[in-house]
Design a protein around this ligand. Sequence first.
Ligand SMILES: N[C@@H](CCC[C@H](N)C(=O)O)C(=O)O
Length: 293
Amino acid sequence: MRFVKGHGTGNDFVIVPDPDGDLDLTPELVRALCDRRTGVGADGVLRVVLAAAEPGLPGTAGVGRAGEARWFMDYRNADGSLAEMCGNGLRVFGRYLVDAGYERPGLIPVATRAGVRGADVPSDGEVTVEMGPPSIGPLGGVTVTIAGRVFQATNVSMGNPHAVCFADDLNPAGLAGLDLTVPPVIPTDAFPAGANVEVVVGAPDTTRMRVYERGVGETSSCGTGACAVAVVSATRAGQGPGVAIPVDLPGGRLTVLWDTDQVRLRGPAVLVSDGLLRADWLAAARAAEPALA
Ligand SMILES: N[C@@H](CCC[C@H](N)C(=O)O)C(=O)O
């Protein structure tokens, strides 16, 4: 089985080409692939599948933009769980489609579990992806606890759930020192499907964040998280759509463009290596899967 390793600002993925949808990508196989000691190692898996080969996608019944998307980005978190969207993953997915010769450079509509999103992929350089409109809850409306510290977080959906915690009493060194090894405690009534948790310092032109991703743990970067943080940062500053906000993460800088119709995200998308999974490793990973009931 062939794979490609890629990353966007250090948020890394195993890309698995499966155009015809033949692969049985179980949660166990995802966990085995993402294991950093015994597998390839990544924060998540991007299965590259033709939308026509994926039954039951939202919006693929020939209406709207979904009908135009040839490809489905099947994103999985490292723990094997599904997520609706992945902003860094979509940039890498678009770069892969062009690099592999599946698509020409330009705007490529891609189906995701959050709906169709466009990836604008130049022949080289940074990729800009359409992230959809944000849904922003009351500022500071939910309580989140991180390593014993209590934050008033803002509930934001970028297709997937985010709890954005501004740490106004921390400077960048304090943010860097925060213990994100333990899962944050989030209210299940506000986040019934869990949430990605961002901790943030700064104002719109100096926004710096760390993230604890649902289904992964702390990552170097989160694209949907950067978008969620940027719109909260702008809203707190009395700004609205029509702003461009640089967001600094441990893995580098992303630029969030909050437009009137939706949010766009720009940043690097890097393909690192091509690989071949050994048949014996794959057989062992498959053998470790629980038998189907
Ligand atoms: N790293 C991604 C987000 C991946 C999904 C997330 N962990 C979730 O479960 O919602 C990004 O770049 O957006």
